[in-house]
Ligand binder design. Structure first.
Ligand SMILES: [Zn+2]
Length: 389
């Protein structure tokens, strides 16, 4: 069953060879043809081939579905009061995660999955067609494995984050907790995950501990990604590059050496502006990274503590307004950048062979994602060729 979406004012392909030679590969007055779960053709609307079905985009914009490469969606509980207090002047520390750990451990599987499903539907309505999500609110062998089993029912991009914080029971003996994370917990979790992650930060895990976690995961076939340099300068970014992590996430506090390492490696810098917004923290400097030649992704970091947004359009708007990105760069980073951060080539682009994950935007241009902040512009979403919104 083939479908042509025609009369597209602006088509974002993220393939320069298909469009105007810009990184977004823009095609004006365009059409895109879907067959099954794949894109099979893009080009000028006037030259679109015959298909079984036809959708008129009525002069609106089509872009690849957003790739949200960093979220924490398997949790229970609510941290409204913590947010409210913080916005009244109390600083954020990593310890707030313990509140969610207690609530998550106490929750039943059904409640955890229902919450995950609700958040995924919310993200999908805003155009997110691929998401990564992590464990990290269980911090016991059984609770971490349970979180990953639940997540794996909803996405292929599942990340084991037993090293989110030291479990409360091990507060007096962090080394024993690292042994658990790299031993019995890893054995139980590795079958359900693709990635391993660690929160490398003061108050969480130092460079040596992070290295132990990531190398143990790699030995079990998991690929590294790192929560790096969020709250302070630290070894996370350079460790990520050294271990060929797919992504170093946050990158808010960087030295010149950190930027050089990212520019010379294959590790994507994933920026999470929802976290800085929701903690009133200093913005990451996207301009500095882009000017150095670093590949930048944008993601929500959706979690109940430091960034409770599922909205990629919101992150695009923040990145443009406050992080020095152009609208074109931000849209690329929220689509192709996210795909790069997951080492995927089948998503984040709209050319022949790509997965048919499309967002129809109720606007004549992708720039409206930043130009019209907070406005629900998603008029249609296709995932694997099926219209779901
Ligand atoms: Zn995170």
């Amino acid at each position: 069953m083939s479908t042509v979406i025609t009369n597209i004012a602006t088509l974002v392909t993220n393939d320069p060879s298909l469009g105007d030679d810009s990184p977004l590969g823009l095609v004006r007055d365009a059409a895109v043809v879907i067959d099954g779960d794949r894109v099979v053709w893009t080009g000028a609307s006037s030259r679109a081939p015959a298909t079984d079905n036809r959708v008129d985009a009525e002069g609106r914009t089509v872009l690849p579905g957003f790739v949200d490469s960093h979220s924490h969606l398997v949790f229970a509980g609510d941290r409204t009061e913590e947010f409210n207090a913080r916005m009244s002047g109390r600083p954020y520390g990593a310890g707030g995660i313990r509140t969610t750990v207690a609530a998550t451990r106490a929750a039943g599987d059904g409640d955890l999955e229902a919450n995950l499903t609700r958040l995924l539907a919310e993200a999908l309505r805003q155009g997110t067609t691929t998401f990564e999500t992590k464990s990290g609110y269980g911090l016991t062998v059984e609770d971490e494995a349970r979180a990953l089993r639940i997540a794996a029912r909803h996405t292929d991009e599942v990340t084991y984050l037993g090293a989110h914080i030291v479990a409360p029971e091990y507060a007096g003996d962090p080394a024993a907790y690292v042994d658990l994370v790299t031993g019995e917990m890893l054995d139980a979790c590795a079958p359900h995950a693709r990635w391993i992650d660690v929160f490398c930060e003061k108050g969480a895990f130092d460079g040596d501990q992070a290295r132990a976690v990531l190398t143990a995961g790699r030995a079990k076939g998991l690929h590294p990604r790192v929560h790096a340099n969020q709250l302070s300068h630290g070894p996370g970014v350079q460790l990520a590059v050294e271990l060929d992590a797919a992504s170093a996430d946050h990158c808010t506090h960087l030295t010149d050496a950190d930027v050089d390492a990212l520019a010379n490696g294959d590790t994507v810098a994933t920026l999470l502006p929802g976290a800085e917004f929701s903690t009133r923290a200093e913005w990451p400097d996207a301009r500095r990274l882009l000017d150095a030649g670093v590949t930048v992704a944008l993601s929500t970091d959706c979690n109940p503590g430091s960034s409770f947004t599922s909205s990629m359009p919101f992150c695009v708007a923040l990145a443009v307004r406050d992080m020095g990105m152009t609208p074109d760069e931000a849209v690329w980073s929220a689509t192709a950048g996210g795909a790069a951060a997951l080492r995927r080539t089948d998503i984040g682009r709209l050319g022949p062979g790509a997965r048919a994950d499309l967002l129809l935007l109720d606007a004549p241009s992708h720039v409206h994602l930043a130009y019209r902040p907070g406005v629900p512009l998603a008029a249609g979403v296709w995932r694997r060729g099926v219209r779901v919104v």
